[in-house]
Design a protein around this ligand. Structure first.
Ligand code: ASP
Length: 285
């Protein structure tokens, strides 16, 4: 069994370091508790991401980045190795936990629902409307105003990968995307193999960083596939190197079917935490 989570690539403001580190640890512990009580890799990854979405220190769910018109649009996805099952939502505006909605999409006839359609589907599945204003935090607003004043690119994402006692693998990723993105912009997170990927017997990955580049490099799929011949560290490094060649920085958590794993990044930092049979760890670098 193993759980590995990330709280996004980028630079963490010094005054937020403590909150971010304790946030990824809390999410890891929540995911581990699911695994330890016999839960599935999917349930564990979703639970870890749900905890991060509710934590305002991260750019996902509450505390998501604001788009060019000053409101939140979120992307999220889940995937399990068995049967390559996938569910995602894109540019959804009015749910508290996009990852729970992505999980519902996985159990539908579709793989990806966006915008208003995702909201309609949420209501159908009993997920209540969450007021869009309630997703906006003071910190996200200040960040957005700073970016609009000074320019630059900042973002963040949360993700988890898990391996359960039965050897099943799952990946889950959720994001508010890039600050000041165009309305309707969708990044790598909810695209199969771009930000999120899992394959039975091989591995699971969740990416973070500049989505336009990560998606073109299909980093999550590329890293998982490379596990056939590479260590997790090398596989993740190579996938991110391609995204970097294309012009984008990022990070990746990668978990192999044998429980070996890597948390690597080409961005200045990537918060992450993990737990397995031998112990646990966490870091901001
Ligand atoms: N990958 C996310 C996106 O492009 C943002 C991030 O992880 O920083 O939407």
């Amino acid at each position: 069994m193993r759980i590995l989570v990330h709280g996004g690539a980028g630079r963490i403001e010094p005054e937020w370091e403590e909150a971010v580190l304790s946030g990824v640890k809390r999410a890891r512990d929540a995911g581990w508790a699911v695994l330890a009580s016999g839960g599935s890799a999917l349930e564990a990854a979703v639970e870890a991401v749900r905890v991060l979405e509710d934590d305002p220190a991260f750019n996902a769910g509450t505390g998501s980045a604001l788009n060019r018109q000053g409101f939140v649009e979120m992307d999220a996805a889940v995937m399990i190795g068995e049967g390559l099952r996938f569910g995602g939502v894109a540019a959804v505006r009015d749910v508290k936990n996009p990852i729970l909605l992505a999980r519902e999409v996985m159990d539908s006839e579709h793989i990806l629902l966006s915008g208003e359609g995702a909201s309609l589907f949420a209501r159908e599945r009993g997920i209540p409307r969450h007021p869009p204003e309630a997703l906006v935090t003071e910190r996200a607003l200040a960040r957005w105003q700073r970016i609009r004043r000074q320019g630059g690119r900042t973002s963040g994402t949360v993700g988890a990968v898990a391996l359960d006692a039965q050897g099943r693998l799952a990946a889950a990723t959720s994001t508010g995307g890039i600050v000041d993105k165009r309305v309707g912009r969708v990044g790598d997170t909810p695209l199969v193999g771009a930000g999120t990927y899992a394959e039975a017997g091989l591995g699971a990955a969740s990416a973070t960083g500049e989505g336009e580049f990560l998606a073109r490099a299909l980093v999550a799929y590329r890293a998982v596939t490379a596990l056939k011949t590479r260590s997790p560290e090398k596989a993740a490094d190579e996938a991110l190197a391609l995204a970097r060649e294309l012009g984008g920085q990022g990070g990746l958590i990668l978990l192999a079917a044998d429980g070996s794993f890597a948390a690597v990044h080409t961005s200045p930092q990537m918060s992450h935490a993990w737990r397995g049979p031998e112990g646990e760890g966490a870091g901001l670098a």
